[in-house]
Design a protein. Structure first.
Length: 95
């Protein structure tokens, strides 16, 4: 019997995380890539940060395949970021 592996979307809302975002994504991808049998994507929602988070993401997003980047030009809050991430997600399961 063949097992069916679900597609999982990880929603990552970020705000003012320029000093942390690259390291966090690197660590997240290390965990996810350690499971080659998993099907997944990461949806990053940059929520109008006042620091350089947007720039850091735009310069480094190519390092993180299987990602979608959503950018809010102005801060819309955590709830709206989650809603936008959920709308963009393609997974059967959301985290």
């Amino acid at each position: 019997m063949q097992s069916i592996i679900p597609f999982i979307s990880f929603i990552v809302p970020v705000y003012n995380e320029e000093l942390n975002i690259e390291r966090m994504l690197t660590n997240l991808y290390a965990v996810l890539n350690a499971h080659p049998d998993w099907n997944w994507e990461v949806v990053i929602v940059e929520d109008g940060s006042r620091d350089q988070t947007k720039k850091v993401l735009q310069e480094n997003i190519h390092k993180f395949p299987q990602s979608q980047l959503i950018i809010h030009e102005v801060n819309q809050g955590y709830t709206q970021s989650l809603k936008d991430g959920l709308r963009a997600a393609r997974g059967q399961y959301l985290m």
